[in-house]
Design a protein around this ligand. Sequence first.
Ligand code: SF4
Ligand code: SF4
Length: 436
Amino acid sequence: MKGLEQKAIAYIREKHKYFKAKGYSFVVAFSGGKDSLVLLDLVNKALSPDEFYVIFSNTGMELSCTLEAIEKAKKHWSTLRFFEAQSHMAPNESWDEFGIPGRRLRWCCSVHKSVPTILKMREITGDYDVQTVVFDGIRAEESASRAQYSDISVGAKNINQVNCSPILEWGSSELFIYLLYNNILFNRGYRKGFFRMGCKVCPLSSNWWDSLANNIYTSEIKELFNKVEEYSSNSKPQRERKDFVEEGGWKARMGGRYLPNGGNRFSERIEDNTLYFNFSLKKQNWLDVSPILGPIVEKADNSYTQIINKQEFSFKIEDNDMSISYFPYSLMDRFVISHLRGIANKVAYCIGCKACMVQCPVDAFVIDNEKQIHIREEKCLHCSNCIEFTKGKGCLVAKSLSTTGGYGMDLKGMNRYQPFLRLDPIWVKRQANSVF
Ligand code: SF4
Ligand code: SF4
């Protein structure tokens, strides 16, 4: 145990020394679970309090036991600089706008965790370009995909961010032994039977987690769980609904079908060497968003000339801004076409979640108080970071709501037939009332 501890402390000091020389700031990503409790204690032993910040990303979806643990941690490490980061969108609002999250549609991690943390770091340091090393509590044991992670990743979440994982190789039992040996507070949730802590309703949770949360924190999970049930009632016949919810079939949602605001909002066609986008619903103006691709150099009535990748294109805005056409199609390579689609997706779906904003290296991507996009043309580098980070559609909402897949299409994992467990009610009652 001591060997593991010393190795982790040496790792933290080494990374700190290396990145400090390059001008980086340091953050511990704190969530109140066992991993981050151990991580915080290790960083606290390795560095002095003025050398790092502690940021708790309050998703608004934490169980009360986690919020309690955060408050206890602030008292336990009273010399550390704790901050709380929170999205401008409440979970209720984001779940309605994006649709319930799915295993392959985890918009919630960006919107409620990584984006608020990046914005908080900029606010704390007063530096838009702040380069940050985030010490996180990622562990290989947690999942097959995490087992492939390296202990350090550069730019995976944001261009200015390096993630370091000092406890990547630690096992759960080692974490608990560390917490007990060092007399560090416990998140009460572990006493109730949880192996890991997480959001109230999560597409990655196990059936054990769901069953416990459903029995012990019934009232806390109700509001979000109602949205799962609502989705189930829209997408499944009555006889299948209960199983669909309890077996976790909802976690495989792949597209916007059966969501009130789901579906495709524009169509594409190519005619006379011209690419047309015809919108049925729009959230943004083409002229506000399209400067991402390149400068608009001429305007005459509703016709414009735009330079994209050193190539001149003309475009027209017609039909009350609901039809956009770009010419000539013959000069468009696959990047121009996919970036034009990215703009169309932003125009059709953007609700101002700010995920694009934090990807911009020069503060050119602005979302105003009315949730409208504006591009500061004098700053924009046309680098397309704000399109490419979604690895597909150019907008997280478009990815979640357009109908490119169907619910239940990707349910191949081990949770396919894992209904809520029938827990012994006497045991559940004892766990719910446990104190320590
Ligand atoms: S990320 Fe910023 S600089 Fe790059 S294209 Fe988007 S708005 Fe422009
Ligand atoms: S365009 Fe960007 S900021 Fe707007 S909703 Fe989509 S991902 Fe969020």
